[in-house]
Design a protein around this ligand. Structure first.
Ligand SMILES: [Zn+2]
Ligand SMILES: [Zn+2]
Length: 225
């Protein structure tokens, strides 16, 4: 796979810009407490999209200053201030109430979205922490290579005497559903089952990523009887 020239550096620059903005936001919301926000070495790759896209995510947290003085742990004003600041800086922002998936505890979440970038701030209700999260755009890094249907393993002209074209793949040899890719749009999402998303690549439901025709196992022909 050939990398798109400059794409990796562009993605890193995008992440660094979100990071710098998040630092400036943290400096306003929780003055004197700005997390480090270390970028991971490698961006996260999403191979369910075509082409695959890559994205940096990073996070950091602080203890809200008020909590140190034994006052209200959760300050609703801070969430509104965050949403307002994001809006003023050109981000689409909204405030949501959410539950932690594990403990069922409650938190207020402020989400900011701008040009495919995303910032999420969580304010847990039961303690004075603020969790800052940032995400760069999701961008392709590799040149998209369009799929080309492979040459058939066997054609009526090259068929051995006494053999017939495979009824499943008609001589292709590769799995006829994915044409040898192993993956199809709307395929199965993971090894544990689940339902496919029509807009995402998933495991081919016919060959289960084996890539060959499940009937003739790649030969393209079958001996009748
Ligand atoms: Zn076949
Ligand atoms: Zn297949």
């Amino acid at each position: 796979m050939a990398e798109i020239p400059g794409a990796r550096a562009g993605l890193l620059r995008d992440a660094e810009e979100v990071c710098a903005y998040l630092r400036s936001l943290a400096a306003r919301l929780t003055p004197g407490q700005v997390p480090e926000f270390a970028l991971p070495d490698e961006p996260f790759g999403d191979w369910g999209t075509e082409p695959a896209t890559f994205q940096y995510s990073f996070h950091g947290h602080v203890r809200a200053r008020d909590a140190w003085h034994g006052r209200a742990a959760y300050d609703p004003a801070l969430a509104s201030l965050a949403a307002e600041s994001l809006r003023e800086d050109g981000w689409e922002s909204r405030v949501e109430a959410a539950k932690y998936p594990r403990t069922g505890g409650r938190e207020v979440v402020v989400v900011g979205v701008r040009d495919g970038r995303r910032i999420t701030l969580s304010f847990p209700r039961d303690h004075g922490a603020v969790l800052y999260r940032g995400q760069s755009r999701a961008l392709p890094l590799y040149e998209h290579v369009p799929h080309v249907r492979p040459e058939p393993a066997v054609t009526p002209e090259t068929l051995e005497p006494g053999w017939a074209l495979c009824y499943e793949c008609e001589g292709l040899g590769y799995c006829p559903a994915c044409e040898g890719r192993g993956w199809v749009m709307g395929g199965l999402p993971g090894w544990g089952g689940g339902t496919g998303d029509p807009d995402r690549l998933g495991r081919c439901p016919e060959c289960f990523t084996e890539r060959v025709c499940p009937i003739c196992r790649g030969r393209g022909s079958l001996r009748p009887g």
